[in-house]
Design a protein around this ligand. Structure first.
Ligand SMILES: [Zn+2]
Length: 136
């Protein structure tokens, strides 16, 4: 009888743990998505500013100088685009997915070949290290 009780509480703990992990993942996902939306709205604001600048130049019949007029904006866009990419990768790995480097298809972390284009997938560093250790 004690055994059964033990097993039951073990199961309860496991269920609790995976539920906690799920909640954690969901919280993480919500944060990442909010961060992503924030970045995207910053990018849109920048586009809007740049568009306004172009129109003002048009109204004033001024020449557009990429370097002086838009270099800062473009650098800022580069930074934001990189961050969006980072967030997207974090979201993927949260769902145990990765992206094929060739065709950008979203694939399961476990897959060795891309189901879309057939490219052999590099395993992550950790498992590469283990493979290497095993070969020795
Ligand atoms: Zn592919």
């Amino acid at each position: 009888m004690e055994n059964v009780m033990n097993k039951l509480s073990q199961k309860a703990i496991q269920t609790y743990r995976s539920a906690a992990e799920m909640t954690n993942r969901i919280t993480c996902e919500i944060k990442l998505k909010a961060n992503m939306a924030d970045h995207k709205s910053q990018i849109n604001d920048l586009y809007e500013q740049m568009g306004k600048k172009v129109y003002e130049k048009y109204l004033l019949k001024e020449e557009i100088n990429m370097q002086s007029d838009f270099e800062n904006d473009c650098n800022m866009l580069d930074v934001l685009a990189n961050e969006v990419e980072d967030i997207r990768m974090q979201l993927l790995s949260l769902k145990d997915l990765k992206q094929c480097p060739k065709c950008h298809y979203e694939i399961d972390l476990e897959f060795h070949y891309c189901p879309n284009c057939g490219l052999e997938q590099e395993q992550d560093n950790h498992s590469q290290m283990t493979d290497y250790e095993e070969e020795k």
